[in-house]
Design a protein around this ligand. Structure first.
Ligand SMILES: CSC[C@@H](O)[C@@H](O)C(=O)COP(=O)(O)O
Length: 361
């Protein structure tokens, strides 16, 4: 690693502890810092489904540790059973959440690596899975720092920045994607003013983004989602930066529900709308945003959020967890390999292939 990795002022979202995965339970934040000791693949899957760990890069990293945990009891001599179980478990973990492509990216990358070792013993294969999980985990921190450096070139000291959901340290190995430039600016003594959308229905903005920025000493102001337009109109916001769960080959961007509304508002106010995306979130195999699978979650997230009934019993509910922002609303995509216009299909391809070139070295 070329740069010292930032230590967040809160527990890391995930840590490998030698024989278990320590997951900060994000459902309990900000009230309680509870760290789960995860020892099985099934527990990892459950943690992803129920949002104990969430955020596109973090669920990819967790899933690959889950793959190791699910395979670690195989012994030398059980090669046939090992090779039978591996694809089943990859599919099972991959099915935990559909929208963030980082989940399948991390699992496929690991399975492909293990496949190159076909003739090896089970012990060697298990070691390879763990090594790949650790590499993906380590690289994510470096990737986020690089996204932060590129994003910083688009910002100025004193700016007001609006963000939606949580694309911070909690959603990644470290730094975050959208929040990375804010942490780097803070390290350099800049004074930014961050507006964090609350992010209905499960409040990643208030519970996680406002929490982690406040803990790090940044100037953060929490607003309800329906205040974003007014705050822009008042001239408080000069730039919007969000994360993403998947960028399609035509530059359409899937992210937390509500992102599309923010993008439309930004365009109406002449405010640049940036998407911070590791290249592992760019899916050249999905032609347009229309083909991105959008997760629908339980109605109770809206009708009975955090244990309080806020809607009449039996009311119909529509609860997509993500939306798609068309490329035309996105000013630029900021990756670890540079900044690219989302409508520039070749440019998108170039940043992704550049990553593969580095990975092959
Ligand atoms: C760097 S995280 C990018 C996205 O995953 C993030 O913005 C987001 O939408 C997360 O949704 P979540 O449902 O909390 O996993």
């Amino acid at each position: 690693m070329t740069q010292p990795v930032w230590t967040p002022p809160h527990p890391l979202s995930l840590e490998w502890k030698g024989d278990y995965l320590a997951l900060l339970d994000q459902r309990r934040l900000p009230a309680e810092k509870v760290v789960l000791q995860i020892t099985t693949a099934e527990e990892v899957r459950e943690a992803i489904v129920h949002l104990a760990v969430r955020g596109a890069p973090a669920i990819g990293i967790a899933a690959v540790y889950g793959l190791y945990l699910g395979m670690r009891n195989f012994q030398d001599g059980e090669e046939d059973a090992f090779w039978q179980e591996l694809p089943r478990l990859v599919d099972d973990l991959n099915a935990a959440r559909p929208t963030a492509v980082n989940l399948s990216w991390a699992l496929k990358r690991t399975a492909a690596k293990v496949e190159t070792l076909r003739s090896r013993s089970v012990e060697e294969l298990k070691a390879a899975i763990l090594a790949e999980a650790r590499a993906i985990h380590r690289e994510d921190a470096e990737v986020c720092r690089r996204i932060g450096e590129y994003a910083l070139t688009l910002l100025k000291d004193g700016m007001g920045i609006l963000t939606h959901c949580n694309a911070g340290g909690l959603a990644t190995a470290a730094y975050g994607t959208a929040l990375a430039p804010m942490y780097l600016a803070h390290e350099r003594g800049w004074k930014l003013k961050v507006y964090a959308d609350e992010t209905r229905p499960v409040l990643q903005g208030s519970r996680l983004t406002a929490f982690e920025l406040q803990q790090a000493g940044l100037d953060v102001t929490l607003i309800c989602d329906n205040m974003a337009g007014a705050v822009m109109k008042e001239g408080k916001v000069q730039v919007v930066i969000v994360g993403t769960d998947r960028v399609a080959a035509n530059g359409d961007v899937a992210n937390k529900i509500g992102t599309y509304s923010v993008a439309v508002l930004a365009k109406a106010h002449g405010i640049p709308f940036y998407v911070a995306a590791p290249t592992s979130s760019i899916d050249l195999g999905t032609p347009t945003g229309a083909e991105i699978p959008i997760e629908e979650r339980a109605a109770e997230e809206i009708t009975c959020g955090f244990g309080k009934a806020t809607a009449p019993e039996g009311v119909q509910v529509y609860n997509p967890a993500f939306d798609v922002t068309p490329a035309e609303y996105v000013t630029a995509i900021i990756t670890e390999n540079g900044i690219v216009d989302p409508r520039d299909k070749e440019g998108l391809r170039r940043v992704v292939l550049h990553k593969q070139t580095i990975a092959e070295k």
